[in-house]
Design a binder for this molecule. Sequence first.
Ligand code: HEC
Length: 168
Amino acid sequence: MKKTVIISTILMGLLFAQNSKLPDLKMADNNLSFKMIEGYQDYKIVATHFRTDKNELRYILANPIGYNALKEKLKVMPEGSKIVKIGWSVKKMPSFPTALEADEVQRVEYMVKNSKVFNANGDNWGYARFIKKDGKFKAWDKGVNGCISCHSAVKDSDYLFTKLQATF
Ligand code: HEC
């Protein structure tokens, strides 16, 4: 009996390890990992943005806690909210060149609400960015002070630029 439990635990561990496809990367200054947002591809999209200066298409997604809070227009996002941004380069659609389509993923970044760990930031958010270049992700190594100061411009909406985008 014991043996079966041990074997199945090992097998489940292997299965999980195989399903877990995110690279094992961490931000140097706050230790936030890419794996912290494991499964983000299934989060709901809350908004789409386009940065004209970077020519980059962005999807903003939120985990269920974050999504519900944005839907309810809560003033302060609850603990455990995770907001993810995926950025893509764009290219002309081969079958219809006046349309653009997403080309390569260039970044995945996120904000996670955790007042126990990130209370010194002034906003209770932790920031992480992973840049993809030549097919490989790398943790952002220039620190998170820039994230905090730029996001301070939207202090009144709990440091978030994103609002739930209308779909109807
Ligand atoms: C110079 C300003 C600036 C800096 C620096 C900056 N951001 Fe942002 N961020 C924005 C703007 C503007 C948006 C909304 C437009 C967009 O999606 O690009 C945004 C959106 C986001 C979002 C989606 C939630 C939201 O607030 O709308 C996340 C997550 C995010 N940024 C993470 C980061 C991280 C992590 C860093 C640092 C590594 C960072 N940002 C640095 C300006 C900035």
